[in-house]
Ligand binder design. Sequence first.
Ligand code: 13P
Length: 254
Amino acid sequence: MGKREPIIAANWKMHKTVAEAREYVRRFRELVEGFSGVEIVLAPPFTALPAVREELCGTAIALAAQDMWHEPLGAYTGAISPLMLRDLGCQYVIIGHSERREHCKETDELINKKLRAAFAHGLTPILCVGEKLEDRRAGLTQAVLERQVRADLAGLAKGDVARLVIAYEPVWAIGTGETASPQDANEGAKFIRALVAKLWDEATAQSARIQYGGSVKPENIAALMAEENVDGALVGGASLDPAAFAEIVRRARG
Ligand code: 13P
């Protein structure tokens, strides 16, 4: 079975002006020059996408958006469509991040629509799933993951699921400094993969890439990546510093 290509993505969340984003990319691209064997993705805020695209020109680093609406155009004030993201050169789009589930009340039904729209317009979604602390304490981690994966991926074609990226992000580990242990990260990723195999088939499950997210930093990335089911990371806070993020990418290569 061919090993999946690792994928390390920076989720800047609501950080960086256009000037700061340009400065970051200029430094970062020098730091990762010549790196191979790992796919690198940057997800700046919408406002910095065109500038980051420009600065990434000539590199293999991919561009992602942090969210999108599910209709291609129309009367949706304030929304950004998949067509607009394609127009800006995005290859990836983060969908269903826990911060959007929490603060913007995104439901699994909406997330499912967004996933379908992303695939329909040639974008690869990075779908975020993960349990909250109270779920974990109540022994409901797998039940929550199963509910999210079933609902979010409902009705997707096998070929689309095979190229999907899923980020397992336990909510209690996001921005808290508390990383899941490599074993916990692997358990979550393994459970998700087994569920995809059950709902589609083994080849599809082996092809989809599963990242871990939640307080990833240079110090813990190697141990996380050593786990069989962890194919990469979705990095928040530590991705805001180009040197730290480049170091994470370097150590992820194994
Ligand atoms: P932190 O790396 O800041 O914990 O954030 C993780 C995350 O939410 C990435 O999407």
